[in-house]
Design a protein around this ligand. Structure first.
Ligand code: GCU
Length: 669
């Protein structure tokens, strides 16, 4: 399929570095799989495809004695080897270790999993090691995920449109299922498994009741046949009013026994068709979706009805905290205000899924204060991978920076160092159910994500869900080497592009803590004049006062954060206008006034894109022509649009502030 992007980071092109090729050729010509299962078959297939591609030769499956690469579960190791591996053995069911050891005078590489899925994860890790030209000699790796549910949320509708999707139609061809299994489903499962994703919700949170009809359950069952060997569990988004919509019940009131019975029966039916079904994802009483509050009941009442039905089959319920009422109040306070008092009342199989920030996937928000505030409720992080507010599939924006910024944010929960990551991974508050979800950016275009660099956001989400301690740089490097080039200078340059891209985007779209300056509806491009309630610009200043003299959203944060955000002098400038309404003449740390700083930031963003363009052009000999040209064209469009953002926002704010745009920043006319 050439370099049309279909193969993602699993390209497996022939190794061109001759020294490295020789080492691999010497050590990786044959392999052995101990045991048999569909998951182990998937591992074998991947080894043949991966090493076969990279060595440009057939990799033979041979006996244990002859195998150079051994894939096995710990319990299937011969006793003499078990001893050697004992210190590595952790009981994590998805964990694995990879070691190069001498066995009867021969060097062999062992990929050892606790379970079959660990063997498969270890296989992908090993292939990544070769893809990134890692050292094989002395290989000694021990790995297990830090978070239990690593999940993609597709916002895919049953008519194949994708809400906030910018990469074509949904990959799920419902009209062909269950009879026809598209080859893409397998490659989708491989790609996800290679980065440790182990759950997917396949349909939009604004859910059609029809997903629960028998017709769709059979289609879903066919998908799970593809997912299962790759360790991927199926969730679906459901509509809370399904009992009414599907069976004509007069109500969906969670307190009505017939409603509970309806869900019990429906859930039984699902499990009779999909025995390892994972559970439901629910958006309720949010943006017009039905929910328990329609009947005067609470989120707990609604969630627990569904959770009770699911618990009978060990299923999980994910209930979203993305709620707001549009009552003219500061809506960023709503999730916290609605959920904190419910802590501890959800059944044990319920997750509350919380967006990373309190508003709605803006370019930059502070972390959601719900993290840390629900000590007795498992909380799943929800990130957005699809770039709804960050340039669709047109802008090159590497989102690892955003994810890391949130995960590293210190919540000071219980007065101690308590980064969001430690709440998400359960270590801080002793949660055993943990999860991280990402709203998918996948569609049916040839390269899956539209912008070739949007693949990196899918990749990085999975890697961080597995291990949030990985750095954005480390992940970028892996992805570049697996996807684009091994040439060190080019790798460095692309890393620099990716690492800087996030801040450039923030600067040319919504710097200094501004939000929602984008147009209404589709959210593409600037329309700050339509969004005055978010920025509150007037002739005196700009920003949203969320301090104690304003909406007091700061009160949702613990000390010492609350005080830090409350005071304009100590509030981080990157979030200044999120928390404060600040006079245009305010003196920033740079020595500029706020107005000058705003102009500076917008221009800095535009300059940043120009710099990325130059950096990209400088390496054009190291990148295949088609990808080079595609990204080059996209960067040109990104530059145009960065200018569009800058000019629209500055012209508009200049009219309000009655301040001229400093000449060095003036928009070209
Ligand atoms: C955003 C997005 C909607 C989506 C919603 C959600 O508001 O624009 O399309 O449905 O988030 O997360 O539920």
């Amino acid at each position: 399929r050439g370099d049309d992007g279909y193969r993602l980071w699993l390209k497996y092109d022939k190794i061109t570095d001759t020294a490295y090729y020789r080492v691999c050729q010497q050590h990786l010509q044959s392999f052995t799989i101990v045991g048999s299962s569909k998951t182990l078959e998937a591992a074998a297939k991947e080894i043949k495809k991966g090493l076969g591609g990279m060595l440009a030769t057939d990799i033979k499956e041979v006996s244990f004695r002859d195998g150079q690469l051994i894939l096995t579960k710990y319990k299937d190791l011969p006793v003499r080897l078990k001893k050697q591996f004992r210190q590595d053995n952790s009981s994590h069911e998805e964990g694995y270790f990879i070691r190069d050891i001498e066995e009867k005078g021969k060097r062999k590489i062992f990929i050892v999993g606790q379970e079959d899925i660990g063997v498969l994860y270890g296989t992908f890790h090993f292939l990544r090691t070769v893809q990134t030209r890692g050292r094989l000699e002395g290989l000694s790796i021990r790995n297990a995920p830090k978070v239990q549910w690593r999940m993609l949320n597709h916002w895919d509708n049953l008519n194949r449109t994708v809400e906030r999707g910018y990469a074509g139609l949904s990959i799920w061809k419902w009209d062909e299922l269950p009879n026809k299994i598209d080859e893409r489903y397998v490659d989708y499962a491989r790609a996800n498994s290679s980065i440790g994703i182990n759950a997917v919700a396949v349909n939009n949170v604004n859910a059609s009741p029809n997903i629960l009809t028998q017709e769709y359950l059979e289609k879903l069952a066919a998908l799970t046949e593809v997912f299962r060997p790759y360790g991927i569990r199926l969730f679906i988004s459901i509509n809370f009013a399904s009992p009414k919509a599907l069976s004509g019940l007069p109500t969906a009131d969670p307190f009505e026994p017939e409603v509970q019975r309806w869900w019990d029966n429906k859930v039984d039916e699902i499990y009779s068709i999909i025995p390892d079904f994972a559970g439901f994802l629910v958006k309720a009483n949010s943006e017009g979706q039905p929910g328990p509050q329609d009947y005067g009941r609470s989120h707990v009442d609604g969630a627990n009805v569904l959770a009770r039905s699911l618990a009978r089959h060990n299923g999980i319920l994910i209930w979203r905290a993305f709620v707001y009422e549009n009552k003219g109040n500061d809506r960023v306070k709503d999730p916290y205000d609605e959920f904190v008092s419910l802590d501890g009342q959800f059944l044990p199989n319920v997750f509350v899924q919380t967006k990373n920030g309190p508003l709605d996937f803006q370019p930059r928000e502070p972390y959601s204060p719900l993290f840390g505030a629900l000590p007795s409720t498992p909380q799943m992080m929800e990130f957005q991978i699809t770039q709804e507010y960050t340039g669709f599939s047109t802008h090159l924006v590497y989102l690892a920076k955003l994810y890391k910024e949130v995960l590293d944010s210190d919540t000071y929960t219980d007065g101690q160092h308590a980064p969001v990551a430690q709440i998400v991974d359960g270590t801080l508050q002793g949660q055993s159910m943990t999860g991280m979800a990402g709203v998918s950016n996948i569609g049916d275009v040839q390269n899956w994500t539209g912008h070739p660099f949007a693949q990196a956001n899918w990749y990085t989400f999975g890697r961080l869900a597995w291990d949030h301690e990985l750095s954005s740089k480390q992940i970028a490097k892996e992805w570049i080497e697996m996807t684009l080039t091994h040439e060190p200078k080019a790798v460095e340059t692309i890393m620099a592009i990716m690492e800087s891209s996030y801040e450039h985007m923030v600067n040319y779209m919504m710097p200094l803590g501004l939000t929602v300056l984008s147009s209404g509806g589709h959210h593409y491009g600037p329309q700050p004049w339509q969004r005055a309630g978010f920025h509150n610009a007037n002739k005196d200043g700009i920003g949203y006062n969320r301090t104690s003299t304003g909406s007091n959203a700061v009160a949702q944060y613990t000390e010492p954060l609350r005080r830090k955000f409350e005071q304009v002098e100590t509030c981080p400038e990157s979030l200044l206008l999120w928390f404060h309404h600040v006079p245009w003449s305010y003196h920033m740390r740079s020595g500029r006034t706020l107005w000058e700083e705003l102009c500076f930031k917008y221009n800095d963003g535009v300059d940043g894109v120009r710099q990325m363009q130059q950096q990209w052009r400088a390496i054009h000999h190291q990148i295949d022509t088609a990808t080079f040209e595609q990204v080059d064209r996209l960067l040109a469009e990104q530059e145009d649009e960065a200018v569009w953002w800058r000019d629209a926002c500055l012209e508009y704010f200049s009219q309000i502030s009655k301040l001229a745009i400093p000449t060095e920043y003036e928009a070209p006319r």
